[in-house]
Structure formats: C-alpha cells, structure tokens
Design a protein around this ligand. Structure first.
Ligand SMILES: [Zn+2]
Ligand SMILES: [Zn+2]
Length: 231
C-alpha cells in the first residue's frame, strides 16, 4: 500500500478493526490536508510486552515505528487496543515524539459502552492531538482546543477536534516548514524526515498522555498530585 508521495501512515498495532482505522485515516487526512494511508501493520507486539505488568511499553513501540516506517511516511500514528505503559506510570493512553515522526494512541482506557460513532469520534480527536505533538505542539490551556490535555474519555468528548487560534498559528508555522522540506503535495522523491529535520531523531522528546503528564502543582499551587497512576 506504499506510495511515493509524503503521507501519514496509520499503523494498526495488533488487531484493530478496519472501520476504526479508516475513520482515523479519513479524520487526520481532512485535518492535516495530507493523504493518510493505512499501512505497515505491527502485528506482533511481544517485543514491547511486559510480563509482570501484562502491558505494552509504548516507547518501545514508537521506536519500532520510527525504525520501520518508510521515508515517504512523514508522520506515523499507531492505533492499538492494548494497554500501554511507561515504566514510571501505571498507564498512558497515548504517547508522541514531540517534534518527531511517531505517535501512538490506545483505545484501552478510552473505550466505554458508548455508541460506536461516539467512540470513533473520540479516537479521531486523539489521533489529531497526538499527531499535533509530532508537529511540536504542546498542551494548551483552552479547554475547547484539541491540544488541551485530557485525563479521560469524558474530557476528550468535551474537547473539540480543532485547534484554537493560537495553536493553529503555531501549527501553520511548523507545517509550512515541514511542507517546504518534504514537498508535501508534490509527487517527487522524498528525503526522510530524519535528514530533513534539524535535530537527530533520537533527540526528540517523548510526550506521554497520562494523569501525571501535566504538573498540577504548577497550575494550582498547594494541591496534591494524584499518585493513583504512579507505578
Ligand atoms: Zn490551543
Ligand atoms: Zn498530549
């Protein structure tokens, strides 16, 4: 399914229903104006599996994605149903390489007994959110902005799927730079993002979605950090 042009690769990590993958590809393609292609399945996740925790190490999956993604994939988003963790936290529902190429979203903590359409809409928003991190966007205080940090499904549902004016300006700037380097929209030979980017890939900062991800002390001095999600 690979093609020559720069695209966003939507990568099922483990078994994922085609309807969800197609919806995410459609959603991010519309939002970013780049073709999104469901490709490069990671069918075996045992390399990231932790036996004691019976969870999967999201950073390991991101590294694998960056290694194996074809250069024509300017961004890669993995979609998984498995429960993700990083060693210091109980779980994460998403992780992204800030300003890098890869990100991942997990449905495990975000799927309830809602209607299928609502769940798919929620995951589409999460996909846009994580991909924006790969465009170097950080969290936003505006609760309606898609870059607002959300702790659970309810909060994701309250959030819109669009960027606030400030984040949009930031995004435009980052996107323009990437587009200039990648000739996005032109069917020409690609350089890999690694070559095009000013920073080596290993220097990109992973950003995890979790209760602990934002520092509540910073926003509300005096409140106690919820330790519930610490390992
Ligand atoms: Zn914003
Ligand atoms: Zn985030």
């Amino acid at each position: 399914m690979s093609r020559a042009g720069g695209h966003i690769a939507v990568c099922p990590a483990g078994k994922v229903e085609p309807a969800l993958l197609a919806a995410i590809a459609g959603g991010v393609s519309e939002r970013f104006g780049i073709e999104a292609v469901v490709s490069m399945e990671l069918s075996d996740l045992m390399f990231a599996h932790n036996k004691e925790r019976n969870q999967y190490h999201s950073t390991a999956i991101l590294e694998k994605l960056s290694e194996t993604a074809p250069p024509s994939a300017v961004k890669v988003i993995a979609v998984t149903h498995v429960d993700l963790f990083i060693p210091i936290l109980t779980y994460v529902h998403g992780e992204a390489q800030l300003g890098g190429r890869s990100c991942i979203i997990s449905t495990f903590r975000l799927k309830g007994d809602e209607r299928q359409e609502d769940y798919i809409e929620r995951m589409k928003k999460e996909a846009v959110h994580e991909l924006c991190h790969t465009f170097d966007l950080r969290h936003c205080k505006d609760p309606t902005c898609v870059m607002h940090f959300c702790r659970n499904a309810k909060e994701v549902d309250r959030r819109s799927d669009a960027l606030c004016r400030y984040c949009f300006l930031m995004f435009e700037d980052k996107f323009r730079r990437l587009a200039a380097k990648e000739d996005l929209g032109l069917q020409t030979a690609r350089r890999s993002l690694k070559d095009a980017d000013d920073r080596p890939m290993e220097k990109v900062t992973p950003l995890r979605e979790n209760l602990e991800e934002e520092d509540p002390m910073e926003r509300n001095p005096g409140i106690v950090v919820d330790q519930g999600s610490k390992a």
